[in-house]
Design a protein around this ligand. Structure first.
Ligand code: NAD
Length: 382
């Protein structure tokens, strides 16, 4: 509407809502969850499926769609950070374009880890300027983090997730049994994000990890305590994401562990998984927080004890204070001019700081390297 002086205003509020639903035995022919958000009669579905996951589930997946007489085009995608690139995005896009789907009622289905759901989410957000998509995480990282929010992305120009979008899925379907085939290293990779949430947000989750973390890792989260941990981690994650879906507020507690890790992850893509880089950042940040009296010596010790008891080895050999300082400077651009680094204030609470100095990173890196060396020495030599 014109205000009479040659100026028009457009204002629109688009409501966002989507369900994250536990859907055990997802490919059982009687279960409709996979088809629920779209047309079934004469329906078609374009699926992108992680190839390691498909090794275990391809047959039941094809049988499922055949049973429901859905024409399914299944594109296999190899996963792994090295495949999160523009070329993969374009290749899948070409396959999609060659297999037409209705713009509204034949949602794309993304079944895989965080790499796959990030790439396919970006495809969904850009194909015909947005078509609906469903996410089905098959890694722990996807289950508690990558699939539950609305961020998509691909790596570009040597930077992680430099191209991306905010694209809400129509649904996220969780089948915990998919984690059974996940390699141990990738189970731990997801656990690193759960540790993040526990330290910065949920002291109860931290205690659960102390009491049942090791047993749940061994059971690949198929045990009752493991289910409880996952449930609590998703709830904690969503509490933070839901109020700030589009990141209007750049102070985000879930960015804990995601400041110095960026540079490490970009430099050591072949060596570090996302969660492993995040945990290194968490360890250094914990020592910085202790130096600032945000964490007591006892709380700091508790955090390192938990990491050790869960059997996660910190890759301290890649720590590099200069690289981590530069990563912080780059994050200042990303966070619009301020550091806005989330730090734990005791376990389970968060504050934001804007004045981390290079020497704090240097001394924490030195202290962490020393700490791990001492821990690794045989007890008699200590
Ligand atoms: N969008 C977000 O909000 C968000 C949040 C956190 C992480 N991420 C992104 O997630 C990515 C990491 O995700 P990831 O750790 O799941 O990596 P990934 O997708 O590469 O999967 C890890 C490995 O597990 C294999 N795999 C997947 N499911 C399996 C199964 N059920 N059984 C056996 N093997 C299986 C894959 O083939 C791959 O080799 C990073 O790129 C990160 O940036 C995004």
């Amino acid at each position: 509407m014109s205000d009479g002086i040659g100026r028009w205003r457009v204002a629109c509020h688009r409501p966002i809502s989507y369900d994250i639903v536990e859907a055990p035995r997802l490919f059982h022919p009687q279960h409709r969850a996979l088809l629920s958000a779209g047309r079934i009669e004469n329906g078609r579905r374009f699926l992108v499926v992680d190839s390691n996951f498909a090794r275990h589930h391809a047959e039941e997946m094809r049988a499922y769609f055949a049973h429901h007489r859905i024409e399914a085009k299944i594109v296999l995608f190899p996963g792994g950070e090295e495949n999160k690139r523009v070329e993969s995005y374009l290749e899948i896009m070409r396959e999609l374009d060659a297999f037409p789907i209705h713009r509204r009622d034949e949602p794309i289905i993304a079944i895989g880890g965080g790499v796959l759901t990030d790439v396919v989410g970006f495809i969904a957000s850009t194909y015909r300027r947005s078509v609906p998509h469903i996410k089905v995480p098959t890694t722990l990282m996807g289950y508690v983090d990558a699939s539950v929010g609305i961020k998509t992305g691909i790596n570009f120009n040597g930077h992680k997730n430099r191209l991306g979008s905010f694209e809400p899925p129509v649904r996220v379907l969780l089948d915990r049994s998919f984690l059974k085939t996940l390699p141990h290293r990738h189970v731990l990779n997801g656990v690193c994000e759960i540790i993040k949430l526990a330290i910065i947000k949920d002291a109860g989750l931290f205690r659960l990890l102390e009491e049942h973390g090791a047993e749940s890792i061994a059971a690949k989260f198929q045990n009752p305590a493991g289910a409880k941990i996952l449930d609590r981690a998703i709830s904690a994650m969503l509490e933070e994401l839901a109020l700030n879906l589009f990141e209007e507020d750049l102070c985000r507690s879930v960015d804990f562990g995601h400041t110095f890790s960026h540079g490490l992850e970009e430099r050591h893509e072949a060596r570090l998984l996302h969660g492993e880089a995040v945990l290194l950042d968490i360890a250094v940040s914990t020592l910085i927080a202790e130096g600032r009296r945000l964490l007591s010596a006892r709380e700091t010790a508790r955090i390192f004890r938990l990491i050790e008891e869960l059997g996660i080895a910190l890759a301290t050999e890649v720590l590099d204070a200069e690289l981590m300082w530069r990563s912080l400077l780059e994050r200042i651009e990303h966070r619009n001019g301020l550091q806005r680094v989330p730090m734990p204030r005791s376990i389970g609470n968060c504050v934001f700081v804007n004045d981390i100095a290079r020497r704090e990173i240097e001394s924490s890196v030195r202290a962490l390297t020393g700490r791990i060396c001492v821990q690794n020495e045989p007890i008699l030599q200590r």
